[in-house]
Design a protein around this ligand. Structure first.
Ligand code: 0WE
Length: 213
């Protein structure tokens, strides 16, 4: 028997085989969870469907742009419906405009700030709100997200993403307070730098990853 036999999960943030979300999905799958995955747009749909086909137990692949409240609601509802309940939610989503990474934080404009905080932080709260009734109905659950040390310390070039990760970590604490009574745990994993698609093209990333290893 596996640790997660009989449980279900929704994994948000798979873009390709290098995604941290994909590594997590594979581990949940191997541990016995039945999963639903989401894709951001038509560009990534094919890749995500191909990856989903390699899982032993993937019940649904659903569209989800986390900046769209209606899609957040329909993705969570669709996942819970296809899976017959929802125990686990993995949030592995972040985005800041390229122009807001690598330069000076002080130059971040209002629109770029809004985009980074909306996609990378608020989306966790929106997903948790939709997931809560399903997890409550199942007697509890677990919500996980991904953070980075730059939430606590100024990392040169990470800039508005560091501010977004600080907000994300605060959101984790408030969600844990709100949802704990339902047996829903809320946690962030602070990953080291990982060579994903999002990390490609970031100047100095390679040596950061080498030193972190
Ligand atoms: O969270 C991240 C990366 C997140 C990210 C990456 C991109 C690149 C492409 C968010 N938005 C975008 N937007 C794009 O257009 N990391 C922890 C990796 C990372 O990113 C950095 C780092 C590290 C480490 C950016 C600057 C400095 C260090």
């Amino acid at each position: 028997p596996e640790l997660l036999d009989g449980t279900t999960g929704l994994v948000v943030g798979v873009a390709n085989k290098r995604s941290i979300a994909w590594a997590i999905a594979q581990r949940l799958d191997a541990a016995g969870a039945r999963l639903a995955l989401t894709y951001q747009n038509e560009r990534t749909e094919g890749d995500v469907r191909k990856l989903a086909d390699t899982l032993s137990n993937c019940a649904a692949v659903l569209p989800l742009d986390v900046q769209d409240d209606a899609q957040v609601a329909s993705a969570v509802a669709g996942a819970a419906d296809a899976l017959g309940g929802l125990h686990t939610l993995v949030h592995a989503v972040a985005f800041a405009r390229a122009e807001d990474l690598g330069g000076r934080f002080v130059d971040t404009g209002r629109e770029g700030f809004h985009t980074a905080l909306d996609v990378s932080a608020y989306s966790l709260a929106a997903l948790a709100r939709e997931a809560e009734p399903h997890m409550r109905a199942g007697g509890g659950g677990s919500i996980m997200t991904l953070s980075y040390i730059a939430a606590d310390r100024a990392v040169p070039g990470y800039n508005v993403m560091g501010v977004a990760k600080a907000a994300l970590e605060a959101i984790v604490r408030y969600l844990a307070w709100d949802l704990g009574d339902a047996g829903i745990r809320v946690n962030a994993i602070s990953a080291g730098p990982v060579r994903t698609l999002a990390a490609r093209g970031i100047p100095g990333f390679g040596s950061m990853a080498d030193q972190a290893a």
